[in-house]
Design a protein around this ligand. Structure first.
Ligand SMILES: Cc1ncc(COP(=O)(O)O)c(C=O)c1O
Length: 396
């Protein structure tokens, strides 16, 4: 009765984490600190609620699926400012589709672009390893073979494009790339993005760059794939990017994001969403437009994350392979055995972290590249973080 492909989706990391930790009661009475979940803890700016209230009379209306013209214009303006694109290059009608958060768009995109066969064989979806679970789920449910590209300390935590055989490129239908990467925080530099775009065009696959952490950065703003397209010429052919207000505006509950890029793909994607997508309510679209137009709250947000990384660095530098992530809000710590460390941290310190192996997998005979690691979301207030790091340093 059920789609048999579902059986292969056994990797939901938080389910595995519950199985590991729920039977265990911490031995200390101090309040638990949950660092396993990448959920922003800052409050979104007042602008969000104010705009929702101002548009409260619109809840009765069916909203346009692709996004209101006002929202798409605000997004086009933001993309142009943020990535220094030439004026007019981003057309709000042809290049942008609104999403209820990036998760649904990332998932649905594979249904759009994975054919039954590519180069006479089963198509491939390229997935960085470790990965955001949706990439694997989308690949699997579209009937593709997910090929996992290990992103390890040895290759600077970015998939090594030169190591991928020609035969795999030929079968590739879709390549999910995440920058800044969850969990490692690595930024794909502009030349890397250009190389990936060249490959997408040469082998005719879609490069889908998940840029949902693009606004949480430490020293320099991460370049974007649309910026790389502009540098290469030839429009946004074969490329789409995903952006979200979940992290940029600490508004994960708003469920608002967008996909932008190749006009042909965006056109077909809107058509597909007309069947299976969910419209975003008009007050939410209005709030999203206001947030994309405001930079002050984003700068403040970034400053607060930088302080959290200062605290992490002061507490952990020189241990667990600590490095200051270039972007995003995770620490990726080499603790030797991530599962054992997560168990010990929960039992002895009431600190809940995600074993790195739960967000990665052993593929093609190689070891799970996350197995030695734990992932910590650095989202709490500074005092809580100080306490958490002190507990971690005591126990590990
Ligand atoms: C790498 C990555 N992509 C996408 C998402 C989805 O974010 P949202 O649907 O809230 O935009 C997340 C959420 O944690 C994520 O970590």
């Amino acid at each position: 009765m059920l789609n048999p492909l579902l059986d292969t989706l056994s990797d939901y990391p938080f389910e595995a984490l519950r199985t590991l930790l729920n039977p265990v009661t911490p031995v200390i009475n101090d309040p638990p600190i949950i660092m396993s979940l990448g959920e922003p803890q800052h409050q979104p700016p007042a602008l969000l609620t104010e705009t929702l209230m101002a548009h409260a009379h619109e809840w009765n209306k069916y909203p346009p699926m692709a996004g209101t013209p006002e929202l798409r214009q605000a997004i086009a303006d933001w993309l142009t400012r943020r990535y220094r694109l030439p004026d007019g290059v981003v057309d709000p009608d042809r290049h942008i589709a609104n999403l209820g958060g990036t998760k649904e768009g990332l998932y649905l995109f594979s249904s759009l672009v994975v054919p039954r066969e590519k180069a006479g064989r089963r198509p491939v979806v390229l997935v960085p390893n470790p990965y955001y679970l949706v990439y694997n789920g989308a690949a699997t449910m579209a009937g593709a073979e997910a090929v996992f590209l290990d992103a390890t300390a040895e290759n600077g935590f970015m998939p090594d494009l030169a190591a991928i055989p020609r035969e795999t490129w030929e079968r590739a239908a879709l390549f999910y790339l995440c920058s800044p990467a969850n969990p490692q925080g690595t930024i794909a530099e502009i030349d890397y993005l250009k190389q990936a775009i060249d490959l997408a065009r040469r082998y005719d696959f879609v490069l889908a760059v998940d840029e949902c952490y693009a606004e949480i950065w430490d020293r320099a703003p991460p370049p974007g794939a649309l910026e790389a397209c502009a540098a290469l010429g030839d429009g946004f052919r074969n490329v789409v990017v995903f952006h979200s207000l979940s992290k940029r505006s600490s508004a994960a509950g708003l469920r608002s994001g967008f996909v932008a890029g190749d006009p042909a793909l965006i056109g077909h994607f809107k058509h597909l969403r007309d069947y299976g997508g969910c419209q975003v309510p008009l007050p939410i679209q209005a709030a999203a437009a206001a947030l994309w137009r405001d930079e002050a709250h984003v700068e403040e947000n970034r400053t607060r994350y930088r302080r959290k990384f200062d605290i992490a660095e002061a507490a952990l530098a020189g241990r667990f392979g600590f490095y200051r992530p270039q972007g995003g809000f995770f620490l990726w710590l080499d603790v030797g055995d991530g599962e054992e460390a997560a168990l010990r941290l929960w039992r002895e310190a009431a600190v809940r972290v995600l074993p790195g192996g739960y967000t990665a997998r052993a593929a093609a005979g190689r070891a799970n590249p996350g197995a030695r690691y734990i992932r910590l979301a650095i989202v709490h207030d500074e005092a809580t973080l100080e306490t958490a790091f002190a507990r971690i340093a005591r126990v590990l």
